[in-house]
Ligand binder design. Structure first.
Ligand code: HEM
Length: 395
C-alpha cells in the first residue's frame, strides 16, 4: 500500500511485473490471449489497435445506447415499486444490455441470453479459485471449473465467430459499434489487423471486463446513496437542475460533476477490482524488501483506498473529498489501475454509470431495507453478498 512502490510496479519498472499467473490461468480459457492477459509485443499491438475504439468521440457516439438501456431499466423498476428490489440483479441486466448492444448490436442470430449465461456461469465457476491455479500448476492439469463451463464457452465462442464473419461481409452500424470499430482497427505501427479469433477474444474481454464491474459500481453507489439522504438529495438536485430533457443524454455528463464525485467515492470504498496481482519476472526491491523472480505481488486496492495514513476519515462516504483542491496522491487511488495497462474502458464505464445513475435519481428515491445489508465478498470482483436490496419510491 506504499504509493511509491505502486508507482514502481505500474509505471517505472512495469516490464518486470507482467499480469500474474493466477490471473492468466483463470481468464485465458474464456478470453484467450486478448488485451487483458497478453504480454509484450502481442499486448502492445493489440492495445495500439484498440485504443482509438475508446476515444472520447467514439464513446460519446455510443451514449444513446446507454440512455436507452437506462430508460428501459427505469421502466422495469417502475413496475416493481412497493417491494424491495435487488439492485445488483437490475444493474447486471442493465449493463449487460449496454455491453451486448455495443459489441454485437441487434445482430440477428446472436443469442444474447445464451452468451450472458455462459459468461456469468464461467465467472461464477472461475471465481472459486482452485488450488492448482494458485500454485501455478501447468494448464494441462484439469480444473473442475474448466470442465464444467468448457462446453458453454465453446458454444459461445462459435456464436461470436459467426456474428463477426457475418458483419465482416455486411454493413457496419451507424454509429459504429465496438465490433465495427475493432474491425476497422489497425495497429498504426505494424499495420496488423485482428483476425476473427482475436476480434472475438477481445470483444468477449470487453463483455467480461466491462459489464459486471460497471454494474457493481452502480449497485454500491445506490446502496451508499440510499443510506445517506444528504448526498442523495444533493445529487438529485444537480440532476434536476442540469438535465433539461426527460432522458439523460451523453452531453449532460460534463454538467453532472457532483455525480462524478459520488462515483469516484464509490470506487474508493468499493473498488470492483479490489485486488490486482502481478508475477515478478526478475528480482527487485519493493519497500526495502526483496522480491524474487516468480513471486506473486498482490496490490490490495481495497485496503489502499481505506488506508488511514493516506485518507482522512477513510471509512466515511464523503463525495466532497473529490471536489476539493487538496491533491489526492495519484497512487493512493487506483480503481482503474495505472500505467500502460490502465483500464482501456474507464471513460466508457464512467459515462455509462453517470447516465444510468442520473436516470434513476430523476425517477426514484432510494431507501434501505431494514435487516438487508450487503457484505462485500471478493469473487474475482468485489461483490455484494446477498444482493443490494433497496426500496425505490417514485418521485
Ligand atoms: C467501473 C468499471 C471498471 C473498472 C473498475 C475496471 C477496472 C480495471 C482495472 C483495475 C484494470 C487493470 C487491471 C490490472 O492492472 O491488472 C482494467 C483493465 C482493463 N479493462 Fe477495465 N474496468 C472497468 C470497466 C471496463 C470496461 C467498460 C471495459 C471495456 C468495455 C474494460 C476493459 C478493460 C480491458 C480490456 C483491460 C485490460 C487493458 C490492458 O491490459 O491493456 N473495463 N480494468
Amino acid at each position: 500500500m506504499e504509493p511509491a512502490a505502486l508507482r514502481h510496479i505500474f509505471l517505472k519498472n512495469v516490464d518486470n511485473y507482467p499480469k500474474s499467473a493466477v490471473t492468466k490461468n483463470l481468464l485465458k480459457p474464456a478470453i484467450g490471449e486478448s488485451l487483458f492477459v497478453a504480454e509484450g509485443a502481442h499486448w502492445r499491438w493489440q492495445r495500439r489497435a484498440a485504443a482509438p475504439v475508446f476515444s472520447h468521440r467514439n464513446v460519446m457516439n455510443l451514449s444513446p445506447i446507454m440512455s436507452s438501456a437506462a430508460t428501459r431499466c427505469c421502466e422495469r423498476i417502475g413496475k416493481k415499486e412497493k417491494c424491495p428490489i435487488n439492485f445488483f440483479d437490475e444493474m447486471i441486466t442493465t449493463t449487460f444490455d449496454v455491453i451486448s448492444d455495443v459489441t454485437f448490436s441487434d445482430d440477428e442470430g446472436f443469442d444474447r441470453i445464451g452468451v450472458h449465461r455462459a459468461i456469468d456461469g464461467y465467472i461464477a465457476e472461475a471465481g472459486k479459485i482452485s488450488l492448482p491455479d494458485i500454485l501455478g500448476f501447468p494448464d494441462w492439469v484439469p480444473r473442475l471449473s474448466r470442465i464444467i463451463s468448457g462446453k458453454a464457452l465453446k458454444q459461445m465462442k462459435a456464436l461470436a465467430d459467426q456474428t463477426i464473419d457475418r458483419r465482416r461481409d455486411g454493413k457496419s452500424k451507424t454509429p459504429p459499434d465496438l465490433l465495427d470499430l475493432l474491425l476497422a482497427g489497425v495497429d498504426p505501427k505494424t499495420q496488423r489487423e485482428m483476425n476473427t479469433g482475436e476480434l472475438r477474444d477481445n470483444l468477449l474481454t470487453f463483455i467480461v471486463a466491462g459489464h459486471e464491474t460497471t454494474a457493481l459500481t452502480l449497485s454500491w453507489a445506490l446502496y451508499l446513496l440510499a443510506n445517506d439522504d444528504r448526498v442523495q438529495d444533493r445529487a438529485r438536485q444537480e440532476v434536476s437542475e442540469k438535465v433539461p430533457t426527460e432522458q439523460v443524454q451523453g452531453e449532460d455528463i460534463v454538467n453532472l460533476q457532483y455525480l462524478r464525485s459520488i462515483i469516484d467515492e464509490t470506487l474508493r470504498l468499493y473498488p470492483p477490482a479490489a485486488l490486482v496481482s502481478r508475477t515478478a519476472a526478475g528480482p527487485d526491491i519493493l519497500c526495502g524488501r526483496e522480491v524474487r523472480s516468480g513471486d506473486t505481488v498482490i496490490i490490495p486496492i481495497y485496503a489502499l483506498h481505506r488506508h488511514h495514513t493516506l485518507w482522512s476519515r477513510p471509512g466515511d462516504f464523503y463525495p466532497e473529498r473529490f471536489e476539493t483542491d487538496s491533491p489526492i496522491d495519484r497512487y493512493a487511488y487506483l480503481p482503474f489501475g495505472d500505467g500502460p495497462r490502465v483500464c482501456i474502458g474507464a471513460n466508457f464505464a464512467i459515462n455509462e454509470v453517470v447516465i444510468i445513475l442520473a436516470s434513476l435519481l430523476k425517477r426514484f428515491r432510494f431507501k434501505p431495507v431494514a435487516g438487508l445489508v450487503p457484505s462485500p465478498k471478493m469473487i474475482l470482483t468485489l461483490r455484494p453478498e446477498g444482493g443490494v436490496w433497496l426500496m425505490a419510491e417514485p418521485i
